[in-house]
Design a protein around this ligand. Structure first.
Ligand code: SAM
Length: 281
């Protein structure tokens, strides 16, 4: 018997991974959580049937969501991470000795518990003494913060279900207020290729631009995400990500499998059709 996990990317496109075992299935207050074991991608976490993390390609997403903003400002000390229950973003952040505090706000405690058990590769740094986990809605948590964080990373689900509020004008305005005068906001920015995702991507870009003077988009190739072409938003009050100290980052000696300072620069060079989608905003 063959067992396959299938995610519907559009009404006419499906993406399937052959799985060996269904390791976990549970329903939390917020979403259905599943963990599969597969030959091609290793352990895979899905939420409401959508791919979140795969052992084999998670390094691409986590390298790009963390090292691009960190290399842009190596002075970052206080970080807020919203979502990210698998722990991969926190794992990469804790590699910087200069970071003093990481607040992680994850709405769903069960995601963290399941990842601690089945995805130790990503959850391995959640017990770092600098990390404080809050089980709350990121939209509510951030309302009370002002002029406090150097970096906010939004590592959320898509803009429906529990993640919907993390794509609103209110949320981006609260992020602006919660950041210091030279603060940076990075968020997962959906894909530009399939229309429904592209609509969310453009809407997010338009809303972020209302608040931040520097607003860029960068990209990475992530095989398990819809279309394999994923975008990240980079919004900033002061620092331009293309004007960064490459030597200083290299001198840290961090070993990364996807990120390097050439990829950093190159990832902001977008295909013409993506530029056009964004220019329309
Ligand atoms: N890398 C993934 C991706 O782009 O597909 C995201 C992974 S991470 C598991 C996303 C997390 O965001 C989930 O664990 C989910 O529970 C959390 N989340 C969704 N909405 C949230 C909210 N409003 N506040 C805090 N966390 C939220």
């Amino acid at each position: 018997m063959e067992l396959w996990f299938t995610e519907q990317h559009t009404e006419n496109v499906r993406f399937s991974i052959k799985v060996d075992k269904h390791l976990f299935s549970g329903q939390s207050e917020y979403q259905r959580i599943d963990v599969f074991e597969s030959k091609e991608f290793g352990t895979v976490l899905t939420l409401d049937g959508l791919m979140m993390v795969a052992e084999k390609d998670e390094f691409i997403y986590h390298d790009m969501i963390v090292h691009v903003p960190m290399a842009t400002n190596l002075g970052i000390k206080k970080v807020l991470v919203i979502g990210a229950g698998d722990g991969g973003t926190v794992r990469e952040l804790t590699r910087y000795k200069t970071i003093e505090a990481i607040d992680m706000v994850e709405i769903d405690r069960m995601v963290v518990e399941v990842c601690r058990e089945y995805l130790p590769q990503t959850a391995c740094s959640l017990d770092d003494p600098r990390v404080k986990i809050y089980y709350e809605d990121g939209l509510k948590f951030i309302r009370a913060k002002e002029n406090y964080y150097d970096l906010i990373i939004v590592d959320s689900t898509d803009p429906f279900g529990p993640g919907e509020g993390l794509f609103t004008r209110e949320f981006y305005g609260s992020c602006y207020k919660a950041l210091k005068q030279d603060g940076i906001l990075v968020n997962q920015h959906e894909n530009p290729y399939y229309e429904t995702y592209a609509v969310s991507m453009r809407q997010a870009h338009r809303r972020i631009k209302e608040f931040f003077p520097i607003c860029r988009v960068y990209q990475a190739h992530i095989p398990t995400y819809p279309s394999g072409h994923w975008l990240f938003g980079f919004a900033s009050k002061k620092y331009d990500p293309l004007d960064f100290d490459e030597k200083a980052w290299k001198s840290l000696g961090l070993k990364t499998r996807y990120y390097n300072t050439d990829i950093h620069k190159g990832s902001f060079a977008l295909p013409t059709y993506v530029r056009e989608l964004l220019a329309g905003e």
